[in-house]
Ligand binder design. Sequence first.
Ligand SMILES: [Zn+2]
Length: 249
Amino acid sequence: MLLLALAVVAASTWLDRVRTTSWKETLWVGVFPVNGDGSETAERYIASLTTEDFASLETFFASEAQRYGVTVQQPIRIELYPSPKDKPPLLAPGSGLIATAWWSLKVRWYAHRAADVPGRAPSHIRVFVLYHDPELTERVPHSLGLQKGLVGVVHAFADPQMRGQNNIVIAHETMHTVGATDKYDLESGEPLFPDGFAEPERNPRYPQDKAEIMAGQRALSPQEHAMPDGLRDVVVGPATAREIGWTRR
Ligand SMILES: [Zn+2]
């Protein structure tokens, strides 16, 4: 029985991967807003959300995919779902391998239940966005995206002015679910050269005008970096394009 269950899980993980990296049809990315801090600000912000708030994600994936010769017109489509009843399980900072593996199982099980919305078609990828009141939280916890299980857990700010940056984080974690790896130094946050740079060939190298999506930040100097205001100033670099199957080799 156990072997059979493992075989089913392995086969469905493999099928997920084939389906989400073939780019022959539109991938549905479900956004599930969650009140991250129980605040009224987050509650109000979530109530005001519409699919339009996430439109820059669809445009970003479409225009970047086209640059790499991907023929599907609309690589991703954002679907906004109602808030799930419970919050996703969170990974404690500094967790080790075993704790992380256990969390990833729990979050997949959570996503499986939470994304089951009566009367709504299921999405391929599920992104749970936890909104925080910027007055209460200056820095939100790390966001995460898992390729196994196609789940993202994003921490975002409940503030219309942060919409552009929130969408950068959602795009970054969505990219993880389809196989992209980080391109910044995990200690310092600095974009890694050359793959984490939008224009590695640029002379002078600094400051970079745009950010590479898996670096998330644009390098201003060897020590300084900043997040752009929105996906308009973000690109998908060749290394990321290869990882997610937009190009071969
Ligand atoms: Zn990342």
